[in-house]
Structure formats: structure tokens, C-alpha cells
Design a protein around this ligand. Structure first.
Ligand code: GDP
Ligand code: IMO
Ligand code: MG
Length: 440
């Protein structure tokens, strides 16, 4: 497999970073292709925890090139902090590259994101306040500022001045806020250029050359399928395409250059922010999942909403991403529950749906229909072979495969790199040796 795309199958936070880190060992490049620092990817290496927002989760291997692709929106200040934090903990960022075509998050994007949310009041999306919606809106409106603009400060100054004319009038006249001072923003971004200018190149050329030479590329998705701008629970979504298809555009590689699509699915469901969530458990079970699974946002610290696994959503994700297989994460979190439920349908106004209904009202108002299975009490954290799993666990995994019609190639039973059960031999060679070859 020369290239693998890893995508989230639910509402994000499925464990994409943890799985990317696992497979990155045998890769030449790891690429982020969409989203921005709204993402929070946690990687645990022995007793150390790393929270990545922009830097690909391949960074822990010094031999792996890490690319922030053109589809990503970059807040340079956040990126610089992340680089410094990694460097201070002994992780090199020498192999980082940023696409010259990636759009930059500017201070007004963040202000406008926050202001729009506060105007929405109770109907707010619950964004991460990172400026994601406004920066992607500017990209589509052809009013954005790109990483390459930092390399010619005359152009950068002109674009900034033009942008601020409009943004300042929105900030002051629509939202009653203070205007931004052009020279202050300019000076700030000149400092950013000093720090990150050296990383900015046409990364599509780097990647296509690598693929031509049979090098291995891993494409690391952010967010999840149900947060996709087209297919997610609009408008309670993010502003980028989160599907595997987006990896082609967001990395600059042609259709056909991805050999395998891996969907990461949490063994239950979580969501941060507003929007429909049919299997949400505002109950003891939900609290159990939140506390045991440490379901608090990596980026914002918000408590994640929790609920049962929804096979309707996984089926939709499997179709949209053309999943070759799934990785089931956080199965260990379910240990201790008397019974486990899987949602296999929705009922709305007397009608039963077995495929995701096309009208979103149904997602807001439906009654989830469950299959109930026995739970288990065993600690799963030290199990490395599928056959050693207790019977109810195996049955749960197999039932998910039957419902979603996609094989589960790996099962994660803890946050650490080696807490994984690999069922598909082709991944064994990628992930092993699970010894810590990284510089940790
Ligand atoms: P991402 O955004 O998809 O990369 O996921 P996050 O990093 O936001 O959230 C996943 C969280 O679960 C992180 O804190 C991981 O360390 C943790 N995690 C990942 N896999 C497992 C697992 O199998 N078991 C447990 N208990 N924790 C896990
Ligand atoms: P990772 O990559 C979970 C959610 C926000 C909000 C909605 C829109 O860690 O899985 P935005 O700031 O993107 O405009 O917010 O999307 N959201 C995420 N939820 N994980 C993420 O990323 C998310 N990125 C955005 O909570 O509901
Ligand atoms: Mg996350």
C-alpha cells in the first residue's frame, strides 16, 4: 500500500491522531489535507501526551516528512506555538512543510467566528472559535490570504489592507467592535514569516514526486464524516470537506493515488457542539462514557456529548468514504457496562428507517432503534490478539461488521501506541515493530 487515507466516521475525535501515529512508522510522508486548528489529535507515547492541532501526527518519527497541505487553513501563531512546544519536548520539526496554497487564518476570522456565534445565541453551531468558517468563506469568495503571500510582503500588505477595509467595517458596523489596526496585524505576520517562511513550498510537487517513486504517504483526516460541509448535519458542521475524497484535493494528488481508506470509528459515539445526535445518552451511561473515556475536547476542553454506537451513521460513512476497513477505538471504555446497545434504525412518525434519512428533521426528532447485547467486565488493555477477547466483545465487533458491511481491521484497546489488536496482516507490517522507534 503506497498511500492510505485515515478519516473520521462519526463527529470527530474518533482517535485519528492515535491511529495515524501507529501507522506513520512505515510511511515516508504524513499529510493533513483539510481543517485547521479546530482539530485536536492526541498521541500518547509512554507517559507523555501530545496534543496536535495543525502538525500531522507523523511528527514523532524523525524520518517521516510531515506536510500541511493546501486544503488546510493555517493560523501561523498556533503553528509556531505547536512547533516550539514539540521542539521543547525533544521532537524535531525539521521535516515539516506547509503548502504555499494553504489559506491563512487572520485575526479577523477569529473575531468574526466568535461574533457570529454570539449573535446566533441559542441556535449557535458551537464552533471552536478558531476562525474556520470565516477563513473558508474567504477562500471561496477569493478574498483569502495564502501562505505564499507571506513570502512577498508587498503583496501581503496590499491584500491585508484590502481585506481589512471590508472586515473592519463588518466588525465595527455589524458587531459594534473595535477595528483592527492594519500595521499591527502586518507587523505580527512579518514576525510569523520569519519563523515559518522556510517551511512554505508547493507540497503537491513533493507528494507527487514521492508517489512516483513508490514512497508511502498517509493522509490524516480531521473532524469526521458527520461534520462534513456537504454530507454532515448541516449547518452543525465544520466548513471543509472531511471525506476521503477531500484528500485528493487537499493534498494535490490525483484520483487513484489513494490505495486504501481507513475509517476510524469510536466504539460508542461522541460529538462536541450543537446539532442532532440520535443516540445521545444524557444519562448515567453517557456520564460513564464521558468520564471513563475522558471525553473532554482536546481543542476547547468542552465536555463531549456521548451516546451509543450508531450503525446508521457508520453505514453512511462507509458509503461516502468507500471505506476499505474500519479501526474501532476505545473499546476498553465500554468495559463494565451491563449491556451495550447499537443503533440499527430510526423511527419517525411511525416509519422505520434503516438507511440515513435524507431530511435532517428526522435526525433531530427520531427515536433510535437499538439492538441490545451483553456487556463485559474484563479489562481489555493488555489484549493483543482478537481471539483472546471475551466472547461478548468479539460478538460486538462482528455485529458492527455485519451491520456496516465493512471489516474491522484493527481494534484499539487503550491510548498508548502498542494497545492495539491488528487483525489485518497488511497493517501488521506497517505498525510493527511496535517498539518505540520514534525518538521518545
Ligand atoms: P482525534 O481527533 O480523532 O485524533 O481524536 P482525539 O485525540 O481528539 O480523541 C481521542 C482520545 O482518545 C485521545 O485522548 C486518545 O488518547 C484517546 N484514545 C485513542 N484510542 C483510545 C483507546 O483505544 N482507548 C482509550 N481509552 N483511549 C483512546
Ligand atoms: P478532530 O480532528 C470534534 C466541531 C465543533 C463544532 C463544529 C464547527 O479533533 O476530530 P468549527 O470550529 O470547525 O467551525 O466548528 O465542528 N468540530 C470538531 N468536533 N473534533 C474535531 O476535530 C472538530 N473540529 C470541529 O465542535 O461543533
Ligand atoms: Mg480530536
Amino acid at each position: 500500500m503506497a498511500s492510505i487515507a485515515i478519516v473520521g466516521t462519526q463527529w470527530g475525535d474518533e482517535g485519528k491522531g492515535r491511529i495515524t501515529d501507529l501507522l506513520a512508522r512505515s510511511m515516508d510522508f504524513v499529510v493533513r489535507f483539510q481543517g485547521g486548528d479546530n482539530a485536536g489529535h492526541t498521541v500518547v507515547l509512554k507517559d507523555k501526551e501530545f496534543k496536535l492541532h495543525l502538525i500531522p501526527s507523523g511528527i514523532f518519527y524523525p524520518q517521516v516528512g510531515c506536510i500541511i497541505g493546501n486544503g488546510v487553513v493555517v493560523n501561523p501563531g498556533v503553528l509556531i506555538d505547536e512547533i516550539k512546544e514539540l521542539n521543547s519536548r525533544g521532537i524535531s520539526t525539521d521535516n515539516l512543510k506547509i503548502s504555499c496554497n494553504a489559506h491563512l487564518i487572520m485575526p479577523y476570522h477569529i473575531l468574526l467566528d466568535k461574533a457570529a456565534e454570539s449573535k446566533l445565541g441559542k441556535s449557535k453551531i458551537g464552533t471552536t472559535h478558531k476562525g474556520i468558517g470565516p477563513v473558508y468563506a474567504d477562500k471561496a469568495a477569493r478574498a483569502g490570504i495564502r501562505a505564499q503571500d507571506l513570502l512577498d510582503l508587498k503583496i501581503f500588505r496590499t491584500k491585508l489592507k484590502e481585506a481589512l477595509k471590508i472586515k473592519n467595517s463588518i466588525l465595527t458596523k455589524v458587531y459594534g467592535m473595535d477595528p483592527l489596526v492594519p500595521e499591527e496585524v502586518f507587523d505580527q505576520y512579518c514576525k510569523y514569516k520569519e519563523e515559518i517562511g522556510k517551511y512554505i513550498v508547493d507540497t503537491s510537487i513533493v507528494l507527487n514526486r514521492a508517489l512516483d517513486a513508490n514512497r508511502k504517504v498517509l493522509l490524516e483526516g480531521a473532524q469526521g464524516t458527520m461534520l462534513d460541509i456537504d454530507y454532515g448535519t448541516y449547518p452543525f458542521v465544520t466548513s471543509s470537506c472531511t471525506l476521503a475524497s477531500s484528500a485528493y484535493i487537499g493534498a494535490g494528488i490525483g484520483p487513484g493515488r489513494i490505495d486504501e481508506v481507513l475509517g476510524v470509528a469510536k466504539a460508542y459515539t461522541t460529538r462536541v457542539g450543537s446539532g442532532p445526535f440520535p443516540t445521545e445518552e444524557e444519562s448515567e451511561v453517557g456520564n460513564f462514557m464521558r468520564e471513563k473515556g475522558k471525553e473532554y475536547g482536546t481543542t476547547t476542553g468542552r465536555a463531549r456529548r456521548c451516546g451509543w454506537l450508531d450503525a446508521m451513521i457508520l453505514g453512511y460513512s462507509a458509503m461516502l468514504n468507500q471505506l476499505d476497513s474500519m479501526v474501532l477505538t476505545k473499546l476498553d471504555v465500554l468495559t463494565g457496562l451491563e449491556e451495550i446497545k447499537i443503533c440499527t434504525g430510526y423511527r419517525y412518525k411511525g416509519k422505520v428507517y434503516r438507511k440515513l434519512p435524507s431530511h435532517q428533521t428526522i435526525l433531530h426528532k427520531c427515536e433510535p432503534l437499538y439492538e441490545t447485547m451483553p456487556g463485559w467486565k474484563n479489562d481489555l488493555g493488555n489484549i493483543r490478539d482478537f481471539n483472546d477477547l471475551p466472547k461478548p466483545v468479539k460478538r460486538y465487533v462482528e455485529r458492527i461488521e455485519e451491520l456496516v458491511k465493512v471489516p474491522v481491521s484493527m481494534i484499539s484497546v487503550g491510548p498508548e501506541r502498542d494497545q492495539i489488536i491488528i487483525r489485518d496482516d497488511s497493517f501488521k507490517s506497517q505498525a510493527f515493530d511496535l517498539g518505540f522507534t520514534a525518538i521518545i
